[in-house]
Design a protein around this ligand. Sequence first.
Ligand code: PRP
Length: 211
Amino acid sequence: MNSFDQVTLVDHPVVSRDLTILRNRNTPSPDFRSALNRIAIILAYNSLKGLPLRKVEVETPIQKTDGYELDTGIVVVSILRAGLGLVDAVTRFIPEAKIGHLGMYRDETTHQPVDYYSKIPQNIQNDHVLLVDPMLATGGSATDSVSFLKSKGAQNIRFMCLISAPEGIQRLRQTHPDVSIITAAVDECLNDDAFIVPGLGDAGDRIFGTV
Ligand code: PRP
């Protein structure tokens, strides 16, 4: 794994193999979802590193010893629709996580995010918030989502995505330098339609079979 300037590029053979399945235009939705689920678990594992712990005592069948509990609440926030494909991986590690949803789509002409729904758990000031969306393209959706979460009091926010464009990383980092990014790939650039190149197309359409 390489960490540079709060951007973590997750490097793993399974990720490389599954990214190739996801990029392949001939991969059908069921296989796309399976590969995404596998990568999401590795991304979630990396996104949850360094969380604060508190020491507790635990009694094994043999004797008492030191153990740990998470010393923070965890909130997963999915940017609809495609972010839904990453939530289960996080709750596998953190079953008690609260889950928020932000409905946002990108206007096809302006490429600007348009928000249409939000439901976020209350009192998230002291929690660690993991914002999830497979794609970071222009960065508009992620940047607006972070601004919204901050307006609700969130102070510890991480962004987990599958594929990012340099343009999106730059925009999110410039507007919210405190937000670390965990991604499985940094691609080349955006095309004229603001799609990530080479990317994998529209993640939401491919997850949900709405192509
Ligand atoms: C895609 C993607 C991100 C956003 C990324 O969603 O899932 O939310 O675009 O683009 P940006 O970084 O330029 O904002 P889309 O608008 O296709 O909506 P969907 O998830 O409902 O398909």
